[in-house]
Design a protein around this ligand. Structure first.
Ligand code: SF4
Ligand code: SF4
Length: 62
């Protein structure tokens, strides 16, 4: 499991990319990419996302 990105809500601010302590997120031209091997589901990015585009179904939700 890893954090999920709702592409319809994401505004590409890159805020989540900079707050992830594990460098699991990257932003390309069209979307946020989650490296599932690096994501520890810490929830930091979920709280930081201004668009509530990130969620952890089993833990913290948007
Ligand atoms: S849940 Fe934590 S480890 Fe996973 S992408 Fe978000 S900030 Fe990074
Ligand atoms: S913080 Fe939220 S809105 Fe900003 S790039 Fe990440 S997922 Fe998209």
């Amino acid at each position: 499991m890893a954090v999920r990105v709702d592409g319809s809500k994401c505004v590409y601010c890159a805020g989540c990319v900079s707050v992830c302590p594990f460098l699991a997120l990257t932003l390309n031209e069209v979307k946020i990419i989650v490296d599932e091997k690096k994501c520890t589901e810490c929830g930091t990015c979920v709280k930081a996302c201004p668009a509530k585009a990130l969620s952890l179904p089993k833990k913290i939700s948007g």
